[in-house]
Design a binder for this molecule. Structure first.
Ligand code: XLS
Ligand code: NI
Ligand code: NI
Length: 444
């Protein structure tokens, strides 16, 4: 190792007084945080993952200009590049102390002339990953198939009007499941690339949604038959690349999974920037998933509230990270999921060392988030305020309603007896709570 990033040392925890830009200030991997009784090390609580597409492939190209970063990894051919990407990715993970990674099939190895050739070359690259995993103990958090980049997917994959394209997507998903199982992956993601529409004038929405569910069922059936024991995930996103993406937000996806009987095998992979695009907070999307028993994994990044697209920035907003980790702890922590940095350095941050500055920023922001969430829970003021607010549901009529023993007529009798209830209300105390959060955050 050390071949691609000779100038980058092993990144260590040096604490908050350090001024070393190539060190963690808040992420102390081996430190145990109580976290409401979960009591794991920071490393185990957060399960950071590297995203192959952004880190190993994304060169900063946008619709107004070519790439700025060199992601050729010194390779003379596509095959060599696939192999070098593996070596470079493992070097990055090693230097940052990241234990997991995530990929799309085509991040690992590109499309070749035929599906058979693409599969064979993908196998060769996967063999190198397998070898590196055996050497280092790094793990695959989740795999997925890229069924959106190739022009054949212009009208969608699982929602394409073309049976030919649908079959092609099925073939790609089958292969992606096989490599996920081969590499011991604990998750498989469906992000609805182009599963949506541009105009309803040409769209049979009912058939498209039924077909998408059919494809997911086939994936579950096949995945389980080859020994996949992990979670399938849907990653909600409201728009981009299509005008309307079917997997709009957590609530929409949960409705879809329930309708088609997929709720036992699927959970959600929540991405911060997608929440912003859906005009929700990140915490809202996580809360909806958690309350429905569907919290699975996280794509850690952040968007820009002034922009309407997926900027996939490395997360540095500590408020959002804290409220995210609060939801994760309340959900009982990660099981098969983790925090995948679906994030890219800005186009102007094009030097190799920017990869490390970016991950350090994201990991430290989430470390602060975890520390704050831990403290919010130990402090207890916010949780006990909320519990007290609903205390009425533990006794009398409230208890009867919850146990199903009250009818509308009982509610009427109660209201008539009681008279005006305005004076019994208590304040929601939003500002008081927000100030507690600030106090916890800034006295860490
Ligand atoms: C795109 C998505 C994508 C998924 C994986 O917006 O975030 O990167 O995470 O297909
Ligand atoms: Ni994502
Ligand atoms: Ni995204």
């Amino acid at each position: 190792m050390g071949e691609f990033f000779k100038d980058i040392p092993q990144i260590k925890y040096e604490g908050k007084s350090s001024k070393n830009p190539l060190a963690f200030k808040f992420y102390n991997p081996d430190e145990v945080l109580h976290c409401g009784g979960l009591g794991k090390t920071m490393r185990e609580q957060m399960k950071f993952a590297l995203s192959w597409w952004h880190t190993m492939c994304g060169d900063g190209a946008d619709m107004f200009g070519r790439g700025t970063a060199d992601k050729g990894w010194g390779s003379a051919s596509d095959e060599e590049k696939s192999k070098n990407k593996v070596l470079a990715a493992f070097e990055i993970m090693d230097k940052l102390g990241i234990d997991y990674f995530c990929f799309h099939d085509r991040d690992v190895s590109p499309d070749y002339a035929t599906l058979a050739e693409s599969n064979a070359k993908l196998d060769a690259a996967v063999a190198v990953i397998e070898e590196m995993q055996a050497k280092t103990g790094k793990k695959l958090l989740w795999g997925t198939a890229n069924c959106f980049s190739h022009p054949r997917y212009m009208h969608g994959a699982g929602t394409s009007p073309s049976v030919d394209v649908y079959a092609f997507a099925g073939a790609q998903i089958k292969k992606a499941l096989e490599i996920t199982v081969k590499l011991g992956g604990n998750g498989y993601v469906f992000w609805g690339g182009r599963e949506g529409y541009e105009t309803l004038l040409n769209t049979d929405m009912g058939l498209e949604l039924d077909n998408l569910a059919r494809l997911m069922k086939m994936a579950v059936e096949y995945g389980r038959s080859i020994g996949f024991k992990g979670d399938f995930y849907v990653e909600p996103k409201p728009k981009e690349p299509t005008k309307h993406q079917y997997d709009f937000d957590s609530a929409t996806v949960i409705g879809f999974l329930n309708k088609y009987g997929l709720d036992k095998d699927f959970k959600l992979n929540i991405e911060a920037n997608h929440a912003t695009l859906a005009m929700h907070t990140f915490q809202h999307e996580l809360r909806v998933a958690r309350e429905n028993g569907m919290f699975g994994s996280i794509d850690a990044n952040q968007g820009d509230t002034l922009l309407g697209w997926d900027t996939d920035q490395f997360p540095t907003n500590v408020y959002d990270c804290a409220l995210c980790m609060y939801e994760v702890i309340k959900a009982g922590g990660f099981t098969n999921g983790g925090l995948n940095f679906d994030s890219k350095a800005r186009r102007g941050s094009f030097k190799p060392e920017d990869i490390f500055y970016s991950y350090i920023a994201g990991m430290d922001a989430f470390a602060l988030g975890l520390r704050i969430a831990d403290k919010m829970i130990t402090d207890g003021r916010i949780d006990s305020f909320t519990a007290d607010r609903y205390a009425g549901w533990k006794q009398g009529l409230g208890k009867d309603i919850i146990s199903g023993n009250a009818k509308l007529a009982d509610l009427e009798k109660f209201a008539l007896d009681k008279g005006e209830v305005f004076d019994s209300l208590t304040s929601g105390r939003q500002e008081y709570l927000e100030n507690i959060l600030n106090e916890i955050m800034f006295t860490l």
